[in-house]
Design a binder for this molecule. Structure first.
Ligand SMILES: *[C@@H]1O[C@H](CO)[C@@H](O)[C@H](O)[C@H]1NC(C)=O
Ligand SMILES: *[C@@H]1O[C@H](CO)[C@@H](O)[C@H](O)[C@H]1NC(C)=O
Ligand SMILES: *[C@@H]1O[C@H](CO)[C@@H](O)[C@H](O)[C@H]1NC(C)=O
Ligand SMILES: *[C@@H]1O[C@H](CO)[C@@H](O)[C@H](O)[C@H]1NC(C)=O
Ligand SMILES: *[C@@H]1O[C@H](CO)[C@@H](O)[C@H](O)[C@H]1NC(C)=O
Ligand SMILES: *[C@@H]1O[C@H](CO)[C@@H](O)[C@H](O)[C@H]1NC(C)=O
Length: 457
């Protein structure tokens, strides 16, 4: 549709300026028929922009800053995402640095948090080239900004590391941040939610999207990362492992040493791919009184297979390593292919610390909520489903069915919640609608915890 627009009238009547536009035909004001208004015609960029703007709900961004970033992003152009986010990150960080935090800690804290988010955004689409030095420098910048913001909280989060051991990567350190709900540890044991991240997102992001919701109800929030997740991958050069309990269990051991944790009310949440990792961890550690899978998930390999071209899947199924690797590597490097496909593979290779797509996809298939995992889950499990989450296909339904039929008392122990597109909550992990997400989870968890009444902080 061609827009023919001309300014025909601009007159001043009693102090009011009226501008009228004559338009013979209007442009369509419908960016797509997507479930959520898209900020880019590139659906992967639109998704990431939505993830970022959602952080504005809880102090991780400002809406106009993200809307401005969106104007600078060119579909299919990964480098343009870097440039748009990096420009904003540097400028907002400079604002933060210009503030005297003694005089105005709130301004400084907010600007540092926003800058941290935008440094992560600058990084997000660069993983196709694992030697890109910006993968390290941007991460250092996001951590620095985040730590400066955190130090300005009333109750700063406490970073911790714990010794861990995986049968595939050997000794390593799992990392985490403990956010106490109350300043005074003498207040005693407090219910606690441990929040695990997924395939790509960081524990820093989790502070805004999950912990703020949790803390506001008087529950301690703990984030953690294991192998393959952003900071551990960079600092220790290790990719995802199938024995995920190796990361979660030492964190729980640490929590037992804290007088402000009520170990009888400890829940484990997993976001996205974490919807697999959380049940896997809990199947080996029954100290969790509840598991929350935000997107319920059986297998990421299965979900991806359903979206890959059939020729590619056939190469994988026939173990044609050379042809599979050549095809996938070519796709990652070729910007004519859909950005989501390129990103999933390019990011996955990095997160699994490999250069072989065949190796990545094989190991991805080894991380599942298998029947054995399900059998060993005696605790209540919450399964979330974002109605419009095309990325996870039917995984939440599959996960629910397995949890109901694959363990004793499964029906009573499993709760399924459908987050609706009509209410804006249908996106992957209900991004940007975390109030609805946590309202549902907390309502359920109160029942699991014998009718627990939440605080109002
Ligand atoms: C990857 O990044 C490195 C370091 O910047 C650069 O030397 C190399 O040419 C890049 N590789 C590709 C394929 O772009
Ligand atoms: C799958 O995971 C198990 C640990 O649970 C490990 O022993 C095995 O080596 C893994 N297999 C592959 C192909 O990664
Ligand atoms: C590949 O293998 C999986 C698992 O055996 C199977 O479900 C799928 O149908 C196969 N796909 C193709 C295209 O061969
Ligand atoms: C692997 O795939 C390529 C391309 O389709 C084909 O030419 C080759 O014969 C296959 N190799 C094997 C061992 O199947
Ligand atoms: C990129 O892929 C397109 C098909 O989508 C193909 O025509 C083109 O030759 C590829 N470019 C490179 C450099 O391989
Ligand atoms: C949400 O979706 C479910 C399943 O489609 C439906 O039963 C329910 O009525 C919807 N709720 C609202 C508030 O739209």
């Amino acid at each position: 549709m061609v827009l023919v627009e001309s300014l025909v009238l601009c007159s001043s009547i009693s102090g009011l300026t009226l501008a009228a536009t004559e338009t013979t035909s209007w442009p369509p004001y419908a960016p797509t028929d997507a479930a959520i208004f898209q900020l880019s015609s590139d659906s992967q960029f639109a998704f990431y922009l939505e993830e970022t703007i959602g952080l504005a709900n809880w102090g991780g961004a400002n809406t106009a800053e993200v809307l401005r970033i969106a104007t600078q992003i060119i579909p299919h152009d990964f480098e343009s995402v870097y440039e748009a986010y990096y420009y904003m990150a540097e400028e907002v960080y400079a604002i933060a640095e210009s503030i005297d935090p003694q005089r105005d800690p709130v301004s400084a804290r907010e600007a540092y948090y926003h800058a941290s988010t935008y440094y992560r955004g600058a990084d997000f689409f660069l993983h196709g080239n694992q030697s890109d030095p910006r993968l390290i420098s941007l991460w250092t910048q996001q951590l620095t900004a985040f730590n400066k913001a955190n130090a300005l909280l009333d109750i700063p989060g406490e970073r911790f590391t714990v010794k861990a051991h995986s049968e595939t990567v050997g000794d390593y350190e799992a990392i985490g941040i403990f956010y106490a709900a109350y300043p005074d540890k003498r207040r005693g044991p407090t219910p606690t939610i441990l929040v695990g991240r997924g395939y790509d997102s960081s524990q820093e992001e989790g502070y805004h999207s999950q912990c703020r919701q949790i803390l506001s109800r008087g529950i301690n929030c703990v984030t953690y990362e294991g192998p393959g997740q952003p900071t551990v991958r960079r600092q220790q050069n290790i990719g995802f492992v199938a024995d995920w309990w190796s990361a979660a269990t030492p964190v729980v051991d640490y929590l037992t040493t804290r007088p402000d944790v009520d170990m009888s009310k400890l829940a484990l949440a997993g976001m996205s791919f974490g919807g697999i990792l959380a049940p896997v961890a809990a199947s080996h550690d029954h100290r969790f009184s509840a598991v929350i899978a935000i997107e319920g998930f059986y297998s990421a390999q299965q979900a991806f297979e359903e979206q890959f071209p059939v020729e590619i899947v056939q190469l994988f199924n026939t173990s044609n390593v050379t042809a599979f690797d050549t095809a996938m590597t070519g796709i990652v490097a070729n910007s004519t292919y859909p950005s989501n496909f390129r990103w999933i593979v390019g990011y996955g290779l990095w997160a699994f610390d490999t250069l072989s797509p065949f190796d990545w996809f094989t190991r991805l298939g080894n991380i599942t909520m298998s029947p054995r995992v399900v059998q060993n889950l005696p605790m209540p499990v919450f399964v979330g489903k974002g109605q419009d989450d095309v990325g996870t296909e039917q995984e939440p339904e599959i996960a629910y069915e397995m949890l109901v039929t694959g363990r004793p008392n499964g029906k009573a122990l499993t709760y399924y919640h459908h987050f609706n597109t009509s209410l804006g909550a249908g996106e992957h992990c209900s991004l940007g609608a975390e109030s609805q997400l946590w309202q549902a989870i907390m309502g359920w968890l109160s029942g699991v915890w014998d009718g627990w009444t939440y605080a109002n902080i």
